[in-house]
Design a protein around this ligand. Structure first.
Ligand code: SF4
Ligand code: FES
Length: 393
């Protein structure tokens, strides 16, 4: 069953009947992590410290079955992600499977390894939308952050190809201390590239990003200046460029509904087929995440312990349990709670009502004293890999 039964049949008549649980909605989106291989080395990468090997990746045919199951479950949007999804030589076949399944397919790419011919092949296979990441508006900063000389120039050329191919473009930038002051220039670049949407998302400190936290956390004053620039641009560019912002938790007093709530809006499938409620959950202890090679998406979504563990509000401790925001933020982020407190069921420390909220102030003080040097992943080739670089920690 999707949820525990609301009441046992032998409930004593004197008690009021428990409220019926709301029906379980299907996920709106599926995030398909096609590979962890990537030519970039961004210090804010939220992929796990232990990356999955190319030899264990799902085949295009296996992804095709997953997409059919997703569509049958009610998924509308498919996000092809990674790593770098273009590291898959069979990406065109994967896109074709998604198109046949009737999913709206968004390619999330670094844009450094797709030429015009391949983009045309992807469009012909049914690709609907492209989301391009940029690290900064200028080449020197962008190439330093991404760890790839020449990467920025390739991204700009790729963005133009996307528009020439007639595909809608979203530009995505992960914000942190080392690019936050350049938000006005990022907005100008997104306009120049012909993007319809700009997504400005502050770093979420999972996976490799947690290791670089002190070099990435911004000061509050600079954050406020960037927020003012975003608000002004939103008003000035209404109808030309939509600007989304994912706010930073470390300066918050209340958390966000991470992934729209655990097991509520999105399903993530890792390169080797593990089904996860969020991209960082693989690092949580005490879980056995079901694999799409062994179970259907519907069974996983509705019946697995992993998806039901933090679904809804029944698992919540105080102060969340009695809080009137509990069905707005769904208790924030379980992975952040674990990373900061060692307990995935704890109140998210991003909430000022959490007894652990002081940990965020301590992290900000540590960041203020940091020299800003990044730790980059070491890269090595994997036997049998189809792209030049495979990453490992
Ligand atoms: Fe959200 Fe819990 Fe904080 Fe309430 S106490 S705002 S539910 S994290
Ligand atoms: Fe896992 Fe937020 S990233 S719940």
């Amino acid at each position: 069953p999707a949820q525990p039964l609301a009441q046992p049949l032998a409930q004593p008549l004197a008690q009021p009947p428990p409220a019926a649980l709301p029906p379980l909605e299907p996920p709106l989106g599926l995030l398909a992590e096609l590979t962890h291989r990537c030519p970039l080395r961004c210090p804010y990468c939220s992929n796990p410290l232990e990356l999955e090997q190319a030899a264990r990746e799902l085949s295009a045919a296996e992804w095709g079955r997953v997409f059919e199951e997703a569509a049958a479950l009610g998924v509308l949007q498919l996000h092809l992600s990674g790593g770098e999804p273009a590291a898959r030589r069979d990406l065109e076949a994967i896109v074709a499977h998604a198109s046949r399944a009737g999913l709206y397919t968004n390619l999330i790419t670094a844009g450094v390894s797709i030429d015009a011919a391949r983009l045309a092949a992807l469009a012909a296979a049914g690709l609907d939308h492209v989301q391009l990441s940029i690290q900064a508006p200028d080449a020197a900063t962008s190439d330093r952050i991404g760890g790839m000389p020449g990467g920025h120039a390739r991204k700009l050329a790729f963005a133009r190809m996307v528009r020439e191919a007639g595909l809608p473009l979203t530009v995505n930038a992960v914000l942190h201390r080392q690019n936050l002051d350049a938000v006005p220039e990022m907005i100008a670049l997104a306009l120049e590239l012909g993007a319809g949407r700009l997504e400005l998302a502050h770093v979420q400190y999972h996976g490799w990003a947690y290791r670089n936290r002190a070099a990435l956390l911004p000061e509050r004053g600079r954050l406020e200046a960037a927020n003012a620039a975003i608000a002004a641009a939103r008003a000035a560019l209404r109808g030309r460029l939509a600007i989304d912002e994912v706010a930073p938790d470390y300066h918050a007093r209340r958390p966000k509904a991470c992934m729209g709530g655990w097991g509520r809006a999105v399903m993530v499938v890792s390169p080797s087929g593990a089904a996860l409620p969020c991209h960082a959950a693989a690092e949580l202890p005490g879980f056995t995440f079901p694999n799409v090679r062994d179970a259907t998406l519907r069974d996983i979504w509705e019946g697995s312990d992993a998806f039901n563990r933090f679904r809804g509000t029944g698992w919540m401790p105080e102060p969340c349990r009695g809080c009137d925001r509990r069905e707005r933020d769904w208790g924030g982020c379980r992975c952040q709670a674990f990373a900061l407190t060692g307990d995935a069921a704890a109140t998210d420390p991003a909430c000022a009502l959490s007894p652990h909220h002081g940990l965020l102030e301590a992290a900000l003080a540590e960041a203020a004293a940091s020299d800003g040097a990044f730790h980059y992943r070491e890269m090595r080739r994997q036997p049998g890999a189809t792209t030049p670089l495979s990453a490992s920690s």
